[in-house]
Design a protein around this ligand. Structure first.
Ligand code: COA
Length: 332
C-alpha cells in the first residue's frame, strides 16, 4: 500500500508501582517455591498497585512520556488504552486518563485484546496517523492484573503483575520506517482457555458469581502454552518472510512477556539469538497489555535501540488473540 504518511514512535513512557512482590512472598502461604516459579516461568518478582486503578498506572506512563519530551498535553490528538482491567465498564479508561493528564484536545477509546492489546492498539493508532487526520496519538498498554487475580490460585497468581507503558505516534513522509507491517489474528474458539467469566452481560454480578470466583482469571495453562508458542512463532516467522528478513536483519524480537519458555521457543523459531530478545519478565511478570511497550521503553532508555533497527513485536493472549508487528525504529 502506498501511503503518504508512515507512523513512527517518537516517545515512550512507563509507570510501575513501587510495591514489589517477590516469589518468596507466595512461599509463605501457598504450595509453591521460588525455584519452581523461576524455572517454569522466568519470573522473579512483580509489581502490585496498592491504591488506585488502571487509569492511575496509564496516566503515570503518559505523564512520564510527556515529561521526557517536554510536551504539552494539549498537543495530544487521541489516546488509545489497551486494557482488560478498565477502571469501570464505562466510561472508557481513556476518558479518565485524558482527564488525569489534562489532554483537553484529545478523543480516545479503550481496546480489549488482552495480552495482544498493545499490538492491536498500535496498529489502530498507526492507522489514525496514516489517515493524515491525526498527528499525535498516544497508545497505552495498562493493566492492574492484581484486581482480577485469585491470590489463592497458585496456577495464576504467580504469573501476573501491574504496570503501564505508553508510546507516542507521529507521522513522517519518509518511506520504509516506523510501523511497516502487521499480521493480527483472533480465534474465538479459544475463549474458554483463558477468561474472566463473571461480571459481564453473560454472567452479571451476583452473590453466586462471587461465591464461584467468576470475577477472577481462569486459565488452562497447558492449553494456552501450546497455542501461544505456535501462534507467536508462526506470525513472527511469517512477517519476517513477507518482508525478506532473516534473524540477522532483526535487531530485537520484542515478545509479550508471559513465560520465558514461550519467549525462547519463539526466538528459536525465528532464528534470533537470546541477546537479541527483549526480556524483563523477571522483574515484572506478565503485565498483559503493558509488557511490550515496557520492554521498548526500558531498552530504548538504556541506549540499546538505535535509529534504523528492525524490531519484530509479537504477542499472544486471551481470545485467542495474537499477532506480530514489524517496525523500524525511527528516533535516536
Ligand atoms: N508452584 C508449584 N507448582 C505449580 C504451580 C506453582 N505456582 N502452578 C502449577 N503447579 C503445578 C501444577 O499443579 C501441576 O501439578 P500436578 O502435576 O500435580 O497436577 C504441575 O505444577 C505442572 O503443571 P503445568 O500446568 O503442567 O505446569 P507448566 O510447566 O505448564 O507451567 C504455566 C504452568 C502456567 C507456567 C504454563 O503452563 C504457562 O506459562 N502457560 C501459558 C501462560 C500464558 O502464556 N498465559 C497468558 C497468555 S498471555
Amino acid at each position: 500500500m502506498n501511503k503518504k504518511y508512515n507512523a513512527i514512535i517518537t516517545g515512550v513512557g512507563m509507570y510501575v508501582p513501587p510495591k514489589v512482590l517477590d516469589n518468596k512472598y507466595f512461599e509463605q502461604y501457598l504450595d509453591t517455591n521460588d525455584e519452581w516459579i523461576v524455572t517454569r516461568t522466568g519470573i522473579k518478582e512483580r509489581r502490585i498497585l496498592e491504591n488506585g486503578a488502571t487509569s492511575d498506572l496509564a496516566a503515570g506512563a503518559v505523564k512520564d512520556l510527556l515529561a521526557s519530551k517536554n510536551m504539552d498535553p494539549m498537543e495530544i490528538d487521541a489516546i488509545i488504552v489497551a486494557t482488560v482491567t478498565p477502571d469501570m465498564f464505562f466510561p472508557a479508561t481513556a476518558c479518565i486518563v485524558q482527564d488525569k493528564v489534562g489532554a483537553k484536545n484529545a478523543w480516545g477509546f479503550d481496546l480489549s485484546a488482552a495480552c495482544s492489546g498493545f499490538l492491536f492498539a498500535l496498529r489502530t493508532g498507526a492507522s489514525l496517523i496514516e489517515s493524515g487526520q491525526y498527528r499525535k496519538v498516544i497508545v497505552v498498554g495498562a493493566d492492574k492484573m492484581s484486581a482480577i487475580v485469585d491470590y489463592t490460585d497458585r496456577n495464576t497468581c504467580i504469573l501476573f503483575g501491574d504496570a503501564a507503558s505508553a508510546v507516542l505516534l507521529e507521522p513522517t513522509e519518509e518511506a520504509n520506517t516506523g510501523i511497516i507491517d502487521s499480521i493480527l489474528r483472533v480465534d474465538g474458539t479459544g475463549q474458554e482457555a483463558l477468561y474472566m467469566k463473571g461480571g459481564g452481560s453473560l454472567n452479571p454480578p451476583s452473590h453466586q458469581t462471587v461465591d464461584n470466583k467468576m470475577h477472577f482469571i481462569y486459565q488452562d495453562g497447558k492449553a494456552v502454552f501450546k497455542v501461544a508458542v505456535v501462534g507467536m512463532a508462526d506470525v513472527s516467522a511469517e512477517i519476517m518472510e513477507k518482508n525478506g528478513l532473516t534473524g540477522e536483519d532483526v535487531a530485537f524480537l520484542v515478545p509479550h512477556q508471559a513465560n520465558l519458555r514461550i519467549i525462547d521457543a519463539t526466538a528459536q523459531r525465528m532464528g534470533v539469538t537470546r541477546e537479541k530478545v527483549m526480556i524483563n519478565i523477571d522483574k515484572y511478570g506478565n503485565t498483559t497489555a503493558a509488557t511490550i511497550p515496557l520492554c521498548l521503553t526500558e531498552y530504548y532508555r538504556a541506549g540499546k535501540v538505535k535509529k534504523g533497527d528492525n524490531l519484530i513485536l509479537a504477542a499472544f493472549g486471551a481470545g485467542f488473540t495474537w499477532g506480530s508487528i514489524y517496525l523500524k525504529w525511527a528516533i535516536d
